[in-house]
Design a protein around this ligand. Structure first.
Ligand SMILES: Nc1ncnc2c1ncn2[C@@H]1O[C@H](COP(=O)(O)OP(=O)(O)OP(=O)(O)O)[C@@H](O)[C@H]1O
Length: 252
């Protein structure tokens, strides 16, 4: 059996009184797409920040690409991360930003340059690549953010709402690209509120609610658990497992 790309063991994070992640234990197979769902405030971003070593757990452990998240340097070398607000410089052009990232990652030339051009082309950015990012639309910034997260072909890519701000054509390109990267054995940890995206791409879905993993399985299994029967959608399944039972049981 191959080592999982991500392993979490009772991973938890508290901010004062707030329990953001309440002890999550699971693993993600290498080369798979893991769809990470949950209502606002469920703890998805915090989990991704823990796995990408941007914040340290209050308790519990995790391993990413075989390295403990305590070893920031080792994990960083193996991952790419698209956060909600991608770190890009307004004063650079799109091409310069990607070249800068390739430099930080020590990517060899000419392969790096070729990959940058291929990605710019794929995301319809070639014509604007020499313009400053400061003048880019939200969708164009998002494309640069995603490209720089996967440019170095990391073992594991953490993508937070990768289709955010994208028009339908660009969103299609994004979904195709994610599927292609997974085919090339990249593990994709995908957090989004857009359920059809997860339904289409994810091999496994995990649903976080109040910091706890309340459901996990492949899309079809999750749907079959929803009460709506055979016609159940992922939305039905999501709503079923994230309803706050205490609140629902309270008399009105
Ligand atoms: N730096 C922080 N300091 C204090 N509380 C925080 C911090 N980061 C997150 N939290 C709290 O932890 C909980 C989980 O937040 P998190 O951002 O991880 O949720 P999320 O699932 O990503 O939500 P969304 O879907 O809205 O992005 C929330 O109650 C949030 O207020």
């Amino acid at each position: 059996m191959t080592t999982p790309a991500i392993e979490m063991d009772d991973l938890a994070k508290r901010y004062g009184e707030t329990v953001a992640v309440a002890g999550v234990t699971t693993s993600v197979s290498a080369g798979s797409v893991y769809g990470f769902l949950g209502p606002n405030g469920a703890g998805k971003t915090t989990t991704m920040r823990l796995l990408t070593t941007l914040t340290r757990p209050s308790s519990g452990t995790a391993r990413v690409a075989g390295h403990s998240i305590e070893d920031r340097e080792a994990v960083s070398a193996e991952i790419g991360y698209l956060p909600e607000d991608p770190p890009i410089y307004d004063e650079l052009t799109g091409r310069e930003q990607l070249e800068y990232m390739a430099g930080l990652r020590d990517l060899p030339e000419p392969a790096a340059g070729e990959r940058i051009e291929e990605m710019l082309d794929r995301f319809d950015l070639a014509e604007d690549a020499n313009k400053r990012i400061g003048g880019y639309s939200k969708g164009m910034r998002q494309k640069i953010g995603v490209i720089q997260a996967v440019l170095h072909e990391p073992a594991v890519a953490f993508l937070d709402e990768p289709t955010s701000g994208l028009d339908p054509r660009a969103a299609r390109t994004m979904r195709d690209t994610i599927a292609e990267l997974a085919d090339q054995e990249m593990t994709i940890f995908l957090s989004t509120h857009i359920l059809p995206v997860v339904d289409e791409l994810a091999d496994t879905i995990g649903v976080l609610h109040d910091g706890k993993l309340v459901a996990e399985g492949d899309p079809e299994t999750l749907k079959s658990r929803a009460e709506a029967g055979e016609s159940a959608t992922l939305e039905d399944a999501f709503l079923a497992v994230t309803t706050d039972e205490e609140a629902a049981e309270k008399p009105v």
